[in-house]
Design a protein around this ligand. Sequence first.
Ligand SMILES: NC(=O)c1ccc[n+]([C@@H]2O[C@H](COP(=O)([O-])OP(=O)(O)OC[C@H]3O[C@@H](n4cnc5c(N)ncnc54)[C@H](O)[C@@H]3O)[C@@H](O)[C@H]2O)c1
Length: 312
Amino acid sequence: MQNKIKKILVTGGQGFIGSHLVDNLVAKGHKVTIFDRYYDDKKFKDYGWKGKVRFRLGDVKDRDSIIEGVGFNDITVNLAGILGTAETVNNPIPPVEVNIVGAINIFHALKEHKKRGFQIAVGNYWMNNPYSITKSTAERLALMYNKEHGTDIRVLRGMNVFGERQHHRPVRKIFPNVVVPALLNKDITIYGTGDQVMDLIYVKDFAEVLARVILYDNIPNDIIYESGVGGGMTINKAVDLILKTTKSKSKVNRVPMRAGEDKHSVVEISEKGWQDLKKHLKFYPKDLTPMNKAVAQSVAWYKKHLKEFSWD
Ligand SMILES: NC(=O)c1ccc[n+]([C@@H]2O[C@H](COP(=O)([O-])OP(=O)(O)OC[C@H]3O[C@@H](n4cnc5c(N)ncnc54)[C@H](O)[C@@H]3O)[C@@H](O)[C@H]2O)c1
């Protein structure tokens, strides 16, 4: 690992994954600036960032503001994104603008300034919804920039990241949409049979893998790194684990699949993904937080913050 202190710009740094990455980088002694389209004073207070983390108001769609931000830093991490599988099906323009055009603005700035960069990608890159399509396009563009323009943009696909601070609206992510009703003993909604395989990775473990991808010198940038746990956890199994941890009396309702998602989908880290983590990042399965512990820690956080999650 490179020990030198770096100046790091994190676009979308106030979001769920971004906030944990910021904590990880600050703990390692780096100087972090968040680049986001709004400023959230409550997060700066609650996460202990005041006086430690800088903030730059801006939009990745705006080439001028991003080019300046990239120039002031050693590394730029692009986490800004419009999320949502079914949520984006009827409104594909915002994901195209932010996930593709915004990413190109950053790649262009990295090329101009000759700085290291990072692009986040998704495990369900092959699904036909605007979110997966735009994220998959951006990861391919990053590889194209590296090959044709000599940039050093590292790409990491995250599987189903879960943990403290993840929100349940407007995008329906699985973990908060099971934990919150479970804690309230309200009905839980599952789309499809629940046999779809997903790969739940604890956000603090994901942030550590991400930090290594950006901080390590001389690692390949012509491959796509992956971060997940593996082992084939179905949605039904994950729901059972959460119900057990929360000691909930909630009932599970099964409803038809949503638009833009696949009935028999398998989203999981590949064997090559694990080999790359071990070989290039020295990250091994033993470094993961045990699933029961990660779920218990996350559930404890949701219990404490339940009032912030309105449910009808
Ligand atoms: N959550 C997951 O399981 C997961 C898995 C793989 C990849 N990802 C990717 O990780 C990234 C972060 O995801 P998250 O779950 O933290 O989402 P999030 O919605 O919590 O965070 C996204 C952040 O991006 C910011 N943002 C959006 N549009 C912007 C713009 N135009 N300019 C500047 N900032 C903007 C938002 O304000 C927010 O702070 C996304 O790019 C997402 O595609 C997420």
